[in-house]
Design a protein around this ligand. Structure first.
Ligand code: ZN
Length: 605
């Protein structure tokens, strides 16, 4: 594969042309000035917005117009920065737009409290007399949902001021783990002594040499053990904060308060945990395979991460990657396929290759009124092709959301954000399993599928269950001590790894190194998204075009409906076990196929 160093060497067809957003600095500045003027004038709405339908409409129009302008400015600034972070002007532009967004936030602080003071009957009357205002109903409804949980103006001000002093627990945790703690040194596979850090711990856990993995595991947790009381105090502080906030706002508990923001209910959270808990035998079988392939007499906690298979030696060009992705996308019908084809081959959605100064990883971005932008660091591996398909899923979800909705309803919610991307990955995997002539490639795909389900469905559900238990303990008046957290976490490790894996005692401290426990009930969304994706793929492949049509309708919902209402469009009900069970079945099938194929292959050799 051709390697590029400087961005200038890369042919234009592989790079974004951001001049279609703003032709030059003058065009950027013109929009920036326009946004500044609108922000300066915006506070005048405070006095008038609640007086009549027209005044409310006028405020909402300005509010959304400012938002749109800032998004466009941000897209231009952030995309330019990401492809070359070494250019100071790019960095400065991002800073300028962030500052503008902060100013917009301050200038519109009154919008939510003023909306919440309006009563439902008045709003209904206004919607009836002003259809243009009715077009903002969903946006207003989303604010009004919080009315029963909102305090007096004075209390809200106190909460906001106090809020600035809270929230340090997670910062402190990160600082300790990332920079303050010295974990000590271990010997790597060549016998060289290296400093162990929280960052290189994961690569060490994937090392082929078991001695290295064991050393990393024991050294890391020995150090964490010395700081158990500190980590427990931080965790206790964080959970107490969330529990107290929920109580002050009259939510039933902190879990209910958190999922309320996602517009879902605790029943979805609990259904996920219950259904996964009832099917853990599938996961135990996966660990049996790990044990067999690694050839160890017993599988320890430090044997979970080394890859079962080597890399595939086949290299893909970006053109082949695009062809594979478009081929997979044929199942969606013409609009999806043709739009994607246009985006990838003519409209410049992709920024393909790594270059000096380019941000790592991959993502899909863009905003209303422009094409989606996909950043890649394509090196030609098999995984890179899957990453491309994944990001195309995001971009096509954005395309449908933006094309079929009003600007202020064009963003889908975070709760469904990983559905379309994961559906693409699963479709591509199934296609490869059907069509590939190579056993090695099939095994590779199956292994990837197994790892995805293990990491995204099972592990995140275990984390979700731990979070739920921690919060429930604090709600019962318990203090989260290191002993209590270790005991609770270890109990879950035993549950999720099963009777045939050796749950080495230091793993009880793993909760200390997971930053996600400070995200306030976030990780369950990874598990629900992959479950929805598994169901969608199953229905697409069994029910055919009639279901595909429903799925496309779901993509078109954007932010016009709540996530659960938009999922209903695709016949998906996350309160029932079936959706989670579909994902588990898909995992079981990958495990089964891997086992068979692996046995065939080893018998042959
Ligand atoms: Zn994604």
């Amino acid at each position: 594969m051709q390697q590029y160093n400087s961005r200038d060497e890369i042919p234009a067809k592989y790079k974004w042309d951001l001049s279609v957003i703003y032709a030059d600095d003058a065009a950027f500045s013109a929009d920036f000035d326009k946004a500044e003027k609108m922000i300066a004038a915006f506070p005048a709405h405070e006095k008038t917005m609640s007086s009549c339908a027209d005044a409310l409409l006028s405020m909402l129009k300005d509010y959304c117009a400012i938002d749109l302008l800032i998004n466009r400015l941000y897209e231009y600034a952030a995309r330019s920065f990401d492809v070359d972070t070494s250019v100071n002007a790019n960095q400065a532009r991002v800073g300028k737009v962030m500052d503008l967004a902060n100013r917009a936030g301050s200038a519109s602080y009154f919008v939510t409290p003023s909306l919440l003071r309006l009563d439902g009957n008045t709003l209904e009357k206004w919607y009836a007399e002003c259809p243009e205002l009715a077009a903002y109903r969903r946006l207003i409804d989303k604010e009004m949902r919080f009315k029963p949980y909102t305090l007096s103006d004075e209390c809200e001000k106190v909460m906001a001021d106090m809020g600035q002093c809270l929230g340090t627990a997670s910062d402190v945790r990160d600082i300790i783990s990332d920079s303050d703690i010295r974990f000590g040194k271990i010997k790597d596979e060549t016998g060289k002594s290296v400093e162990l850090t929280d960052t290189n711990y994961v690569p060490f856990m994937m090392n082929k040499d078991r001695r290295v993995r064991r050393a990393a595991f024991n050294t890391l947790y020995k150090t964490y053990n010395q700081f158990g009381n500190t980590y427990a105090t931080l965790m206790n502080g964080f959970v107490k904060e969330r529990v107290t906030d929920a109580k002050i706002r009259h939510f039933e508990n902190s879990l209910t308060a958190s999922v309320f923001h996602d517009e879902v209910t605790p029943s979805i959270y609990n259904n996920l945990i219950d259904t996964v808990s009832n099917n853990l035998d599938a996961l135990f079988e996966y660990y049996d395979i790990k044990k067999e392939v690694l050839g160890v007499s017993s599988l320890h906690m430090y044997d979970i991460y080394p890859p079962l298979l080597g890399d595939l030696d086949r290299e893909y060009s970006i053109e082949e990657g695009i062809r594979e992705t478009l081929d997979m996308a044929k199942i969606y019908g013409d609009e999806y396929h043709d739009t994607l084809e246009g985006g990838l081959t003519k409209k410049g959605w992709l920024d393909v290759f790594p270059n000096r100064g380019k941000r790592g990883g991959a993502y899909s971005s863009g905003c209303y009124g422009m094409e989606p932008y996909i950043l890649l660091n394509f090196k030609g591996t098999f995984d890179d092709v899957f990453t491309l398909a994944h990001e195309c899923g995001h971009s096509m979800h954005s395309y449908f959301s933006r094309t079929y909705n009003k600007p202020h309803e064009s963003d889908y919610t975070i709760f469904v954000a990983e559905v379309a991307s994961t559906v693409n990955e699963l479709l591509l995997a199934n296609k490869k399993l059907r069509e590939s002539q190579s056993d090695d490639e099939k095994l590779y795909v199956l292994n990837q599928l197994m790892d995805t389900y293990k990491g995204t469905l099972f592990r995140q559900t275990m984390f979700a269950e731990f979070e739920k238990e921690m919060h429930a303990l604090v709600e019962k008046g318990e203090i989260l001590t290191a002993d209590l957290l270790n005991k609770t976490y270890y109990g879950l490790v035993k549950k999720y790894f099963g009777p045939r894996v050796v749950c080495d005692e230091p793993i009880a401290r793993e909760w200390m190194r997971i930053p996600h426990f400070y995200y306030n009930f976030y990780v369950y969304k990874y598990s629900t998204c992959i479950s929805v994706a598994a169901t969608v793929v199953k229905k697409m492949e069994t029910e055919g075009p009639a279901y595909v049509k429903k799925y496309i309708e779901f993509l078109k919902c954007g932010g016009s409906k709540s996530p659960l209402d938009s999922l209903k469009v695709a016949d998906i009900d996350l309160t029932k076990p079936e959706v989670i069970e579909d994902a588990i079945e898909s995992f079981r099938s990958a495990v089964r196929q891997f086992k068979e194929l692996y046995a065939q292959k080893t018998n042959k050799n």
